[in-house]
Design a protein around this ligand. Structure first.
Ligand SMILES: Nc1ncnc2c1ncn2[C@@H]1O[C@H](COP(=O)(O)OP(=O)(O)O)[C@@H](O)[C@H]1O
Ligand SMILES: [Mg+2]
Length: 229
């Protein structure tokens, strides 16, 4: 599913005074259907690595393969298509559109990437996903009328609407209280188990980490395996 080969990332002019080497050779294979959690101190490069896996950022060295395709060999349009079709993103801040309803927010990724499904089919899928995340009775609410945990559930449903094979989540529980975090953690673990979506999560939450198969620690620009639960 995901293969990283000696991935490096330096911000600023390489060799220049302001250059910061964040990733110093990351090699990692994530098989389809697996779940991986990345932990590490703030500023160690977790978001950078996740964005590189998702094609939102380019490495300054090494290779990133998604389903065997080297992302460096794709033009912007092909990369955008893969991002829309194959990858779902969940961020710490949900980035929902405040003026749209819950249902409309979930449908947004389908506007650019219709895969042959009809409008009715994608709406039906959005309803199923919203029920799946426990929001069947909130579909016509606006984000401002929801709790933080509910908004993050909408963001999870939105990330899954195009049936991505890969779900990337960057501190998805970072702005939530403990019990809400736990329920989002459970939801992500269930989606990985039941829907087979490959999951890569960056988190500070021990609870989230403990529910996900493989824990990798990023420090000093390299990954260390912390074992499986
Ligand atoms: N666009 C950028 N330009 C320069 N430095 C950056 C940029 N983005 C991130 N960094 C630096 O890279 C390091 C890793 O950042 P980040 O990946 O956001 O870490 P984390 O997600 O682990 O907190 C930090 O030192 C940060 O300041
Ligand atoms: Mg980060």
């Amino acid at each position: 599913m995901v293969e990283l080969v000696d991935v490096m990332k330096t911000y600023g002019e390489p060799g220049g005074a302001g250059a910061v080497s964040v990733l110093k050779g990351i090699t990692l294979t994530i098989e389809p259907g697996r779940s991986v959690v990345m932990v590490g101190p703030s500023g160690c490069g977790k978001s950078t690595l996740l964005n590189i896996i998702g094609g939102l950022d380019h490495p300054t060295g090494g290779r990133v393969l998604l389903d065997g395709r080297d992302l460096a060999g794709l033009d912007d349009e092909e990369l955008a298509r893969i991002r829309r079709r194959a990858i779902g993103f969940v961020f710490q801040l949900h980035h929902l559109l405040p003026q749209c309803t819950v249902l409309e927010n979930v449908l947004i990724p389908t506007l650019a990437a219709r895969d042959g499904s009809t409008q009715d089919e994608v709406r039906a899928r959005a309803r199923i996903l919203l029920a799946r995340v426990g929001l069947e009775d909130r579909m016509s609410y606006r984000p401002g009328e929801l709790s933080g945990g509910q908004r993050q559930r909408v963001a999870v449903a939105r990330a899954l609407i195009n049936r991505p094979k890969l779900l990337l989540a960057d501190e998805p529980t970072g702005s939530l209280d403990e019990s809400t975090s736990r329920s989002i953690a459970e939801l992500l673990a269930e989606l990985n188990r039941d829907e087979g979506v490959t999951l890569v999560v960056v988190t500070h939450s021990r609870d989230l980490a403990s529910r996900i198969g493989q824990v990798l620690e990023l420090s000093g620009g390299v990954l260390h395996e912390r074992g499986r639960s």
